[in-house]
Design a binder for this molecule. Structure first.
Ligand code: ARG
Length: 284
């Protein structure tokens, strides 16, 4: 059978339309799994994101701003270290109580929370080189008769549970002494001092100084004492995680060497780290 020109055009037109449809249709369905498999196998493995636990109630080291973002000196240091080390990190606000359990259980890869490096903690976790020097400092109300650490023997003392401040006060007053009031955060302890529920608070100098400076209405003063042993903050990783520890130590060394650590320090404390920890100068 022979086609007329018109019939031929109609036929080819249909044929062309059919091709077009087929071409369009082909784009629609997702690629068959068999075709996708080799492609995804060739793609680079997604970079590991290290989960960093921090108790973000510890300004100016780690706290939450109005937007709910976790900020502070510790955060800046970790970010700078991570950049040098070529790793990705994500901060997760984690209550101090249980923060080390979260590390041990693998819920966090690292703890960056102004954690003092202590021999006791070293038994259950590994620490990086130090990134900040600190010491305990006493906060009292203006006019308080407390002028030295030993005076706390006759006082109600607020501390954050399980901190080195808690340890120091526990050593002085005795583990079961009910004059020790333990709080889940340092700001809560300081609020209680303001409310008159405790006579003093013992906590890290940087945090106490920051709180006193930002809460003039609380009318606090600080009391330093040579009895407090110098402390150093480090980042904690799970015991045996030499890979991450190595990366962090390398990054830390790099930011100390190239001046970026000094810049971060100055941003929060306005002085070079050579001046060590913020002067725990007792105000009167
Ligand atoms: N440096 C003290 C310690 O290691 C207190 C740290 C508390 N940190 C915090 N983010 N609440 O015990």
């Amino acid at each position: 059978m022979r086609l007329t020109t018109r019939q031929f055009l109609q036929t080819t037109g249909l044929f062309a339309a059919g091709l077009l449809l087929a071409a369009c249709g082909k784009k629609e369905p997702p690629p068959a799994p068999s075709a996708a498999a080799p492609a995804s196998a060739a793609a680079p493995a997604p970079a590991k994101v290290y989960v960093v636990g921090t108790d973000a109630a510890y300004a100016p080291f780690e706290s939450q701003n109005e937007k709910g973002e976790i900020v502070g000196l510790t955060i800046d240091v970790v970010n700078a270290v991570a950049k040098k080390a070529g790793i990705e990190v994500k901060f997760v606000n984690t209550p101090w109580e249980g923060i080390f359990n979260a590390l041990g259980q693998g819920d966090r890869d690292m703890i960056a929370s102004s954690v003092t490096i202590t021999d006791e903690r070293k038994q259950t976790m590994d620490f990086t080189d130090p990134y900040f020097d600190a010491v305990q400092l006493i906060a009292v109300k203006e006019g308080s008769k407390i002028t030295k650490f030993d005076d706390l023997k006759k006082a109600k003392v607020g501390v954050q549970t399980g901190t080195t401040g808690d340890e120091a006060v526990t050593k002085l007053l005795g583990k079961t002494n009910t004059a020790i009031k333990r709080f889940e955060s340092t700001p809560l302890a300081l609020k209680e001092l303001e409310a008159g529920g405790v006579d003093a608070v013992v906590a890290d100098n940087g945090v106490v100084i920051n709180y006193v400076a930002n809460n003039p209405a609380a009318k606090f003063k600080t009391v330093s004492d040579k009895a407090f042993v110098p402390e150093q903050y480090g980042f904690a990783v799970k015991k045996g995680n030499a890979e991450l520890l190595g990366k962090l130590n390398k990054g830390l060394a790099d930011i100390k060497a190239d001046g970026s650590y000094a810049a971060i320090y100055a941003k929060y404390f306005g002085a070079a780290p050579a001046a060590a920890a913020p002067a725990p100068a007792a105000s009167k």
